[in-house]
Design a protein around this ligand. Structure first.
Ligand code: SIN
Length: 327
């Protein structure tokens, strides 16, 4: 495996909040100025959001998943709003790794926020090869491995099996010296087993959860609404489910957790931190309020001050666990 360097991006990108509370968080080898990141698939390649978001505030940017070669994605309709959240079945529409390298990396790494790459392959070798090429860009904050997309067939749901999750993480770690975050799916019986496997494979952190598989039906037409029939549910409906996953994984692994799932308010952020997440990603909320992540950084600073906290670590994992009961 390559030598483990530490990636302290906290001083290069320091928080501009008006607070004395320390917001810096450590995600394995990666140190970030604050724990509010934006989630892959909800922020384009950041250009799309530049008019709306103060990049100098947020903790990090995770752009749309890239694959070795471009994909046109799934047939439309690819999104639908439900009563309680959004279903998507985009199918990893993206321009591919070469375009990411030539067009998006120069822009992303010029921004006032740390930028990751989020990658998916159809085979372990494809993940490793992408990681090898992205290793040439130490300006990146890290790699998030999408091993959890529910909307493609042919190999990218490595996260549904602990063994394959461990293998893919290990292959990326051996190919690349950037920090590695494994993004996990909730569509499994036991997410803690996959989180443990990712940790065993050498992940610096795990991010969870990706979307919950679901569907919408137009009963009058007797037809599924999404072109790909099934999709992934995100937004407020999944918050309690995601929180449960973070709580369980925090008890199971020692590596840091980035919580994702229906987060849109500062109370949501605090709940995930208290449950054991060291950072969070804002996803679906970006679609209806692109400035929400920067606002949450300010609100986080304010709420820590109101709570008399001098360091965010006083909050992370601070949940009181009731004694085990039952038969
Ligand atoms: C998609 O492109 O279908 C969504 C990506 C994901 O859920 O990982």
């Amino acid at each position: 495996m390559p030598q483990l360097a530490s990636f302290d991006l906290s001083s290069r990108f320091s928080t501009l909040a008006t607070t004395t509370a320390k917001l810096e968080v450590q995600l394995g080898r990666l140190r970030l100025r604050n724990p509010i990141l934006v989630a892959s698939g909800t922020f384009g390649y950041a250009r799309e959001m530049a008019a709306f978001v103060d990049f100098a505030k947020i903790g990090g940017i995770i752009p749309k998943t890239i694959t070795p070669v471009g994909r046109i994605g799934n047939p439309p309709p690819r999104t639908v709003e439900t009563a309680s959240g959004m279903l998507n079945s985009i199918g990893l529409d993206n321009d591919g790794l070469d375009t990411f390298i030539t067009k998006h990396i120069p822009y992303l790494t010029s921004l006032a926020a740390p930028a990751f790459a989020n990658i998916a392959g159809r085979t372990i070798e494809e993940y490793a090869e992408m990681a090898r090429r992205l290793d040439e860009f130490p300006q990146l904050a890290g790699l998030e491995l999408n091993i959890s997309c529910p909307n493609v067939t042919g190999g990218v749901d490595f996260g549904t099996n602990p063994e394959s999750a461990e293998k893919v993480v290990r292959s990326v770690r051996e190919a690349c010296s950037l920090p590695v975050v494994a993004k996990l799916t909730p569509n499994v019986t036991d997410i803690t087993a996959v989180a443990k496997a990712a940790a065993a494979g050498g992940a610096d952190a795990v991010s969870l959860v990706n979307t919950f598989q679901g569907m919408a039906i137009n009963w009058r037409k007797r037809k599924p609404v999404l072109g790909n029939v099934l999709g992934g549910l995100s937004g407020p409906a999944i918050k309690p489910l995601a929180l449960r996953c973070v709580y369980q994984v925090a008890k199971a692994v020692d590596i840091p957790i980035i919580g994702i799932g229906g987060i849109s308010t500062i109370d949501d952020v605090m709940e995930f931190l208290v449950a054991g997440a060291s950072a969070v990603q804002i996803g679906t909320a970006n679609f209806y309020n692109p400035g929400v992540s920067a606002r949450l950084v300010d609100e986080l600073a304010a709420i820590l001050a109101a709570e008399d906290c001098s360091d965010i670590h006083e909050i992370i994992g601070s949940i009181h666990r009731p004694p085990a009961t039952g038969c």
